[in-house]
Design a protein around this ligand. Structure first.
Ligand code: HEC
Length: 182
């Protein structure tokens, strides 16, 4: 009997260890800042933990304007970048809302505006008096959670300026009447 009790204790300890280990790993996966290219997609919900914002603020401050890069950006390369978005977004006219809203004609549209029948988080809907200028989109795509703390967009961000420029120019083209380039 004593050995059965010992087994139970051992099993409990082992389970606790596994759970602690898994949580630690999961926490690392979720909260580790994407220093490496930012290609990783976070599969978990939004993280509005403080601490991240301070770091993101510093990052935002160092973000260069995307405007000057847009003239020479390549929409075909942007279409390839969009594969990173397509799990959650359609971009065709009248396309369905998925995990994220349809992105047709997104440039100069109000931020987080529910017109397309999509339920945005407060992080975006509270900014609906602003529009998706090229620079706003640039900031959001570089670091969604830094730019809009509390957003439910589970995407780490595209860290390379050129990739964002290509993608933004591609999104600009997904419109009947593309907004003028800056
Ligand atoms: C894991 C799913 C996911 C991925 C991947 C993703 N998004 Fe999103 N996106 C969302 C969600 C969810 C929202 C709504 C966010 C909110 O309400 O806070 C959103 C919101 C947006 C918005 C705001 C739209 C509006 O009408 O205000 C834009 C723009 C956007 N995403 C662009 C992109 C682009 C471009 C990519 C690829 C680089 C991308 N997203 C990748 C889920 C995703």
């Amino acid at each position: 009997m004593a050995s059965l009790e010992m087994n139970k204790v051992a099993a409990a300890l082992l389970t606790a260890g596994v759970i602690a280990g898994t949580c630690g790993l999961a926490a690392q996966l979720i909260y580790r800042p994407a220093h490496h290219e930012g290609e990783n997609i976070y599969l978990f919900g939004s993280a509005s933990e403080s601490g991240e914002t301070a770091e993101a603020g510093a990052q935002e401050a160092s973000l260069q304007e995307i405007g000057p890069l847009l003239a020479s950006a390549d929409p075909a390369a942007g279409e390839k970048q969009f594969k990173k978005c397509a799990a959650c977004h359609t971009v065709d006219q009248g396309g369905a809302n998925k995990v994220g809203p349809n992105l047709w004609n997104i440039i100069d549209q109000p931020i987080g505006d529910g017109a397309g029948g999509y339920a945005f988080s407060d992080a975006l809907s509270s900014r609906s008096s602003e529009v998706w200028t090229y620079e706003n989109l640039n900031g959001f795509l570089a670091d969604p959670r830094g730019w809009a703390p509390g957003t439910k967009m589970g995407f780490a961000g595209l860290k390379k300026d050129q990739q964002r420029a290509d993608l933004i120019v591609y999104l600009r083209g997904m419109s009947d009447n593309p907004a003028p380039l800056p």
